[in-house]
Design a protein around this ligand. Structure first.
Ligand code: TNX
Length: 546
């Protein structure tokens, strides 16, 4: 008898414990705009539930499959999916629905009723964000049943452009790592991957017309140790993505509503290409794929028609691979010392009738001329350019989107001039920077100190920006340069949990942001990181911001 009582007591305690563990909590990261309780019992999510999607809609079918995959990864429950046949299908199940009456293209609404769950969006992308919110509200760990409190939960992003950048040049990361990066972005509700594919230290995209770009330009003979020390490891290093791999990654991202924006940096950061095709430079070389970090004096020669042809040919293949409306053409850190000395570049300046102004050198205007040609070429193909904020100094047309990296001020200036702007200032959005001022025992980083709180507190729309310019701030992005990041766990360490703070910046209206509240919601998201085996900086959850 005593045994029986004890066992029953134990059972009750166990059930109570599991019940607590297996209740969904909709206060996820990024926080939904509204969570309104509905009267009635919890919905019981078990593996008897089916995920319905509208018949004949491929993207909704994929959404259903992804929801099923996420639930299984987190809880072990296997939910099957099926096209909806009639309204009764909803009973006891989860239904994915398109609701044209919703106003934000990427907004979502989750309605949890005692006997049915509906995830709606104006578009399939919106439904996907609803799926992410539901996913993040689940416990991470084996459980046979989750109780979903009856409620209506809705959210919509503040910015249409919610980006992360990844430099696959300074160090090379393969298909699997990029796909996992995309998974991490999807979990955080982000939709643009700015993929840095070419630079002085390597050319990482196969171009059929110029095979030496990847074959020769894809490899360097060694890498400097430390922050540009005189010691080079002498180890040949490199790699590149084949076009087939790129297509695969682009599709993988698109399935998760992430557009990949490729960056082909020009006219600077081109030493890898010059090594492969020395005639593209002013001096004719020889050049060597660079094993140091920083800004190199050798850039594309503007005096040769061949250079312009080369760039267009490369962009033809890039456009073929990437359906993105935007192509990032770099434009940063292009020293003009070679152009100043190069007779062909000087000839071009005089042929074009370029004259220096009080503000700009003739060579700065030459970069403007080049950029405008590329911009025209791409726009004839229905594409638009994004360039780094240096473009503002080259008199480019206002239809160029500016990526503000040397602070938020260039972005504010650009917006006033009528450019669309993406904010990704070094402080606090360079995730290759340290996350603490106490750098002892941190993995080597570029420098700086961009804490979790600084990221959270960032306001992409500067307070003093005039009303008319505010709508030009179309988005916000964090950048991950990889001079000092050599492997995937280190990428994850640099971005997690700072991406969580960025997600709140991208999704929430400023008045809804609350750091303490964010910190209270973060541990559950971190449980999900742990569950997936991702590396993250645990100290950021507890340390006081200096
Ligand atoms: C500046 S951001 C660069 C990159 C470096 C980065 C390091 C930009 C347009 N140029 O080439 O990798 O700093 O943080």
């Amino acid at each position: 008898m005593r045994n029986l009582i004890l066992t029953s007591l134990l059972a009750v305690i166990c059930i109570a414990a599991t019940a607590q563990w297996s209740r969904a909590d909709y206060r996820v990261v990024p926080l939904p705009d509204r969570i309104d309780g509905i009267r009635g019992a919890d919905f019981r999510l078990t593996d008897n539930c089916i995920i319905n999607y509208p018949t004949g809609q491929r993207d909704m079918e994929r959404n259903a499959a992804l929801l099923s995959q996420y639930v299984e990864e987190l809880t072990g429950m296997h939910l099957s999916t099926r096209p909806t046949v009639n309204a009764k299908d909803g009973l006891g199940n989860i239904s994915l629905l398109i609701d044209p009456k919703m106003d934000n293209d990427e907004g979502y609404r989750i309605t949890v009723m005692p006997r049915a769950v509906e995830i709606s969006g104006r578009t399939a992308a919106g439904v996907f964000y609803g799926i992410q919110t539901l996913r993040k509200s689940l416990p991470a760990g084996q459980c046979p049943e989750v109780l979903l409190p009856a409620a209506q939960v809705s959210g919509s992003p503040q910015f249409g452009y919610r980006g992360m950048h990844l430099d696959c040049v300074r160090h090379f990361f393969g298909v699997e790592t990029v796909k996992r990066y995309i998974d991490i972005m999807a979990l955080h509700g982000m939709n643009r991957l700015h993929w840095h594919l070419t630079d002085d230290q390597g050319w990482r995209i196969e171009i059929k017309k110029y095979p030496r770009l990847a074959e020769v330009g894809g490899w360097r003979n060694g890498t400097t140790l430390g922050h540009n020390s005189p010691v080079n490891d002498g180890i040949r290093y490199g790699g590149y993505f084949t076009q087939e791999e790129i297509r695969d990654i682009v599709r993988y991202a698109a399935d998760r509503y992430i557009t990949i924006i490729p960056e082909i940096d020009m006219p600077g950061h081109m030493v890898a290409a010059l090594t492969a095709y020395p005639e593209l430079g002013c001096t004719g070389g020889p050049y060597e794929v660079w094993g140091m970090w920083g800004v190199h004096d050798d850039i594309l020669c503007m005096g040769k028609d061949h250079t312009l042809q080369f760039v267009q040919d490369v962009l033809d293949e890039v456009m073929e691979l990437f359906p993105s409306r935007y192509i990032h053409i770099g434009g940063d850190e292009a020293p003009r010392v070679r152009w100043e000395q190069c007779p062909l570049c000087q000839q071009r300046i005089s042929d074009l009738g370029i004259h220096r102004t009080e503000r700009q050198s003739a060579e700065a205007l030459l970069q403007g001329w080049f950029t405008t040609r590329i911009q025209d070429y791409l726009s004839r193909h229905g594409r638009s350019i994004i360039g780094w904020d240096e473009l503002l100094g080259c008199d480019v047309d206002a239809s160029a989107t500016i990526m503000s990296w040397r602070g938020a001020e260039p972005g504010a200036e650009g917006a006033k001039l009528g450019h669309d702007v993406i904010m990704s200032p070094v402080g606090p959005l360079y995730f290759d920077y340290y996350q603490t001022s106490n750098t002892w025992n941190e993995p080597t980083a570029f420098g700086g100190c961009n804490t979790l709180k600084k990221v959270f507190d960032f306001e992409p729309i500067p307070a003093e920006l005039p009303e008319a310019a505010r709508r030009h701030i179309i988005g916000v992005q964090a950048n991950v340069w990889t001079e000092y990041i050599t492997c995937e766990p280190q990428i994850q360490y640099q971005v997690l949990p700072r991406m969580a703070a960025l997600a709140e910046v991208q999704w929430l209206r400023p008045a809804d942001k609350d750091y303490d509240d964010f910190l209270a919601r973060l541990p559950h998201l971190v449980d999900i990181y742990k569950h997936y085996g991702w590396t993250y900086r645990a100290k950021s959850l507890t340390e006081k911001d200096e």
